[in-house]
Design a protein around this ligand. Structure first.
Ligand code: HEC
Length: 121
């Protein structure tokens, strides 16, 4: 069987591009922390207490994730606030800046700082 040069070069390209998948960043908690530190800590604070360096300049204070009001919220509630933002608030949506996967990692990191605590009935 003879392969056309085009087919052959496509085959080589396909083979060469395989390792790219192997290099995708592994899902880990460190990345959630990095992203939170980069994008969120200036308002929410390094430990999520709502006391970041920019917090004092805002009319609406950034959420302290350790408060009961925040801890009873589901991961989906938090993710939706991160993705879409909150109306009339400095908390804008991040849907066009941070990937869905990264938003999951950030949410997991927030939950690591302040674990989900369902309210008692
Ligand atoms: C410019 C400051 C600012 C930045 C940056 C910011 N936030 Fe916020 N965030 C706020 C404020 C202010 C609120 C509270 C809004 C309100 O109560 O109306 C809030 C609310 C939230 C809430 C809702 C919490 C709840 O209990 O309902 C979540 C979740 C959240 N932020 C996550 C994030 C994440 C994750 C990032 C980074 C990707 C981030 N925020 C970046 C200011 C900020």
């Amino acid at each position: 069987m003879t392969l056309s040069p085009l087919f052959y070069s496509l085959l080589v390209l396909a083979t060469l591009s395989l390792p790219v998948h192997a290099q995708e960043p592994p899902v880990n908690a460190e990345r959630g922390k990095e992203l939170f530190t980069l994008h969120c800590a200036r308002c929410h604070g390094m430990q999520g207490h709502g006391d970041g360096p920019d917090a004092g300049t805002l009319i609406v204070p950034p959420t302290n994730f350790h408060r009961a009001e925040s801890r009873v919220k589901s991961d989906m509630d938090l993710r939706s606030a991160i993705i879409w933002g909150l109306a009339f608030s400095p908390m804008h949506g991040w849907w066009d800046t941070i990937s869905v996967q990264d938003i999951r990692l950030i949410t997991a990191y927030i939950r690591q700082l302040a674990p989900y605590t369902p309210s008692s009935p």
